[in-house]
Design a binder for this molecule. Structure first.
Ligand code: 9MR
Length: 437
């Protein structure tokens, strides 16, 4: 046996096997790299790589618009019905449920491999006329019946339910919003959560609101206290939804990450549920970047949904608050969101360095990439251009190579340097790693 194995003929064939194995490994490596690159080329793929989802609101009457469904299907893996699962839509007459449009959205989502956020079981707004005219015990029971019937109908198909929506006042009071539901007794919120848990034990149950993004706002603190109280008393709650509708009057707060991490520290997930940010160009892109960065910085921030696909689909279309323009083209806000989802600096080794990579000016054929090294002044940065991309130009560092992997070292200009990259059809941001020399 030994002799046979070590015979020259066998050694040759062993070498052939090793070569074949090696080739396979290299090929597999190449394929893995291609897959990883493709995986980060849509919002859903990039978010998945970070252990999150990326969703959108969907309107049933737009499911026949192929531009809309093409984008929605490609980019998002979580779907919220924009209006079709609200109380007036599902129970237009008491105890007569109309599931048609809610079911259309759920079945579109599920047949395309997406998950669904349910929105919303109990709310002061969008109540059908019969409910608006009710009060007291009759209203409480009607609300609980609605929660039970709807959560039962969709049982097993919902990732997370917005069980209660917008139950607190704006402004400095921190009080509950006055509504017919609130007037049935302060415990209406916990009653709704208990009914939802009983009807669908596997859905995550969320409290969802707007103007709860700034940690210093009374409304944020009021929701925080509600969640803390629910956790302390064992009322079932799994998540908080920050709607995050931003504009000039209500900008992305500088303490947004503190808000997210503070809720998460109570033992609930945080979901950014209705994100839209009015504006355009690089200012809007920067705001989207801040939101995504804040979510990625908190492990219990488990997903982000934008409130619509194209600007023209938005409830406030004139503010152009979304990631795609009316023609379905990707906006700078889209690119910033994708880049941020794909980004992230590795933790420095002791005595090591990190490099942050951001896209700056973007032209049709090329873009600038800014690289900022921290942790050391004696570094070597390895930059991996994406497939097809080539180097045009560099500044403030010595850069060698022209495609594939580039190497950058200090040229006396400090730790911030840049390159211009020809896209050649590939708009993805290069990646970089830093080592000390
Ligand atoms: O985008 C929704 C719009 O089409 C409806 O007319 C409106 C009233 O129901 O609701 C909008 O969505 C809201 C969501 O349900 C709750 N948070 C605020 C959203 C924007 O108004």
């Amino acid at each position: 046996m030994t002799r046979t194995l070590t015979s020259p003929r066998h050694r040759r064939s062993l070498r052939a096997i090793s070569l074949a194995t090696l080739t396979a490994v290299v090929l597999a490596g190449g394929m893995a790299a291609t897959t990883a690159q493709a995986a980060g080329s849509t919002l859903q793929a990039a978010a998945t790589e970070k252990g999150r989802y990326f969703g959108t609101a969907i309107a049933a009457n737009k499911l026949s618009d192929s531009t809309y469904t093409t984008i929605a299907n490609r980019e998002f893996n979580m779907v919220t019905a924009e209006n079709e699962m609200k109380i007036d839509a599902l129970e237009p007459n008491q105890n007569q449920f109309n599931w048609t449009n809610g079911d259309r959205i759920v079945s579109w989502a599920r047949s395309n491999g997406k998950q669904v956020r349910g929105h919303t079981l109990a709310w002061h707004s969008q109540q059908p006329g019969w409910m608006q005219n009710m009060s007291g015990t009759a209203l409480r029971n009607a609300m609980l019946n609605h929660v039970t019937q709807v959560a039962t109908h969709y049982r097993g198909q919902i990732h997370s339910w917005d069980v209660v929506n917008e139950a607190f006042q704006d402004g400095s009071s921190g009080a509950r919003r006055d509504s017919n539901l609130q007037r049935t007794g302060n415990d209406w919120i916990e009653a709704a959560f208990r009914a939802a848990r009983a009807a669908d034990p596997n859905a995550k149950l969320c409290y969802n609101d707007y103007n709860t993004d700034d940690w210093t706002h009374a409304k944020t603190q009021a929701v925080y206290n509600l969640v803390r109280d629910f956790k302390a008393r064992g009322v079932p709650i799994d998540c908080v939804g920050l709607q995050s509708h931003f504009n000039a009057q209500s900008p992305v707060p500088s303490n947004y990450q503190t808000t997210i991490s503070s809720f998460a520290a109570l033992g609930v997930d945080v979901q950014i549920t209705e994100l839209d940010i009015e504006g355009s160009g690089s200012a809007q892109a920067d705001n989207y970047r801040k939101v995504v960065q804040a979510c990625l910085a908190v492990s219990r921030c488990t997903g982000i949904s934008v409130w619509g696909v194209r600007d023209t689909d938005s409830w406030r279309a004139s503010g152009t608050p979304l990631l795609f323009d009316g023609n379905g083209n990707k906006k700078p806000a889209y690119t910033a969101t994708l880049d941020t989802l794909n980004g992230g600096t590795s933790n420095p080794q002791p005595g090591g360095c990190t490099v942050a990579v951001t896209r700056s000016t973007d032209w049709s054929d090329r873009f600038n990439v800014s690289l900022a090294v921290s942790g050391s002044s004696t570094w070597r940065v390895s930059i991996q251009l994406q497939g097809g991309q080539t180097l045009q130009n560099s500044w403030n560092a010595t850069v060698s190579g022209s495609s594939g992997t580039l190497t950058a070292t200090p040229n006396g200009a400090g730790n911030n340097f840049g390159i211009t990259v020809y896209k050649n059809g590939n708009t993805n941001l290069p990646t970089a790693t830093c080592s000390t020399t």
